[in-house]
Design a protein around this ligand. Sequence first.
Ligand code: ADP
Ligand code: DP6
Length: 325
Amino acid sequence: MISRGKARAYSNIALIKYWGKRDEKYILPMNSSLSLTVDCFYTETEVVFSNSYAKDYFYLNGSLQDESATGKISSFLDLFRKAADIDMKAIVKSTNFVPTAAGLASSASGFAALAAACNVASELNVGLRELSMYARQGSGSAARSIYGGFVEWQKGTNERDSYAVPVDDAKWDIGMVIVVVNSNAKKVSSREGMKRTVSTSPFYRIWSDKAEEDVKEAKLAIKNRDFEKLGLITERNGLMMHATMLGANPPILYWEPESVLVMKMVKELRDEGISCYFTMDAGPNVKILCRMSESNRIKERLMEVFDEERIIVTGPGPGVVILAL
Ligand code: ADP
Ligand code: DP6
């Protein structure tokens, strides 16, 4: 017997960050978070279950992955095998149209695409809310990549009610300019970085309480189409997340000198009347939330310092897409 599924999911960039788990097994976050799905980065994943395979195989960008990477995928496949009551092994082939593990959200598009492909291949066919909870258990931020536009991941009270919900399709002059400072894989993964921050940073509690309030304020700003307010909350929330990491032991600093340079350029652009705001994740790359209509002006300014291929302009992206086999 053989059963297949294939899907594409887009990355998402958090405006209000998820940085810490209250439950590591089910991946339940300390606070709710809010993101923008982007259309420039995505993952396509195909899953084939067959009773003729002796074990699971995981190919990423065409190369067969080692036991440790495959083990992560196997544990994730187990969730679907258990729910659909199948015991077939699988071949998973995934292609990242995004740099892997560079703070550009490959884990989000990666696990959202894998969840959607498994949903088809296992014939479980759950709805999007349930799918978001599956994706969450692969990587927390993947819960949000199930939907397009602005998305909230509600922290919930237990493993059955912590899922993402669509907030707004973001089709109102919203864009992002991403400056790829360095696309190499990071030394401290998000998983390890957030764990260390939760257990050692004295600022942690203050950060996660504030983030919960920030989600509410950001949603209100989106509802009122108040772009400036949304941008200011985004910028502050991102900086606060990095501040809590600096308080970890040993401290975590993902920034590089060019990251700081971009942050300063954003401030200068703003002083000149261009409404734009930066955010950074677990890596040195900087994402600039802006008006799509002003993205080219921002790009031109950045090109005074950075090569064009390091500057990516993106619009809001869609939710998960099932692909034909
Ligand atoms: P990023 O900033 O790129 O999201 P993370 O450290 O959060 O980096 O996550 C990187 C991890 O995500 C990888 O080591 C791998 O375990 C997982 N990942 C990346 N791409 C895929 C994919 N296409 N399918 C499954 N898992 C993936
Ligand atoms: C800084 O979702 O990659 O991008 O749940 O351990 O897989 P795991 O972590 P992950 O962390 C994302 C962290 C972040 C902020 C965010 O996307 O909200």
